[in-house]
Design a protein around this ligand. Structure first.
Ligand SMILES: Cc1cc2nc3c(=O)[nH]c(=O)nc-3n(C[C@H](O)[C@H](O)[C@H](O)COP(=O)(O)O)c2cc1C
Length: 158
């Protein structure tokens, strides 16, 4: 099954999830950032997976724009979505707010793979805001990469 994974990742966690999905799907998987995905002819893929982390309640505009611009093609082939973030309790509202209803209904699976925040990877006002959220801690770990296998098998049926 030829698969395209389109992702955006600021600090690398979402990228590592995309790579793990690709590892489980096998050699016929292509991974690209949303910026590079415009060059892809979606017709040649049996499955498209789109994934991103959430930042302040939003997925990056490049992902939202790609979904909007390529929605017709995306609705014409098997699609799955995944999100990364530290606020799992809000995942349903993140999906609702960030993806068109038509894509949500069309998506075979909507994964949640958790996330992590490492304060020292951030600067300036972002670091200040995150510091108050982390209440003195340097790192917040709520990774859920163990959800990836179930996500892949529910899409492939294996
Ligand atoms: C500035 C900032 C804002 C964030 N806002 C949210 C949020 O609103 N909801 C959430 O669930 N996670 C939020 N997170 C957590 C990220 O989604 C998490 O750190 C994720 O692992 C980042 O993935 P990346 O390494 O691919 O950039 C935020 C992280 C940062 C740095």
């Amino acid at each position: 099954m030829k698969t395209l994974i389109v992702y955006e990742s600021k600090k690398g966690y979402t990228k590592s999830c995309a790579e793990q999905i690709a590892g489980e799907l096998g050699k016929t998987t292509v991974i690209v950032t949303a910026k590079m995905a415009y060059k892809e002819v979606l017709d040649q893929y049996d499955l498209v997976i789109i994934g991103s982390a959430v930042y302040a309640g939003k997925v990056p505009s490049r992902i939202r724009k790609f979904c909007k611009v390529r929605s017709e093609e995306l609705l014409n082939r098997p699609l799955a979505l995944f999100m990364c973030g530290t606020g799992e309790e809000f995942k349903d509202s993140y999906y609702e707010k960030n993806y068109p209803q038509s894509l949500l209904e069309h998506s075979l699976e909507k994964g949640w793979f958790g996330g992590l925040i490492v304060l020292n990877q951030h600067r300036g006002i972002t670091k200040m805001v995150l510091s108050s959220i982390l209440k003195g801690k340097q790192e917040l770990h709520v990774e859920k990469q163990e959800n990836i296998s179930g996500f892949v098998s529910s899409i492939t049926g294996k």
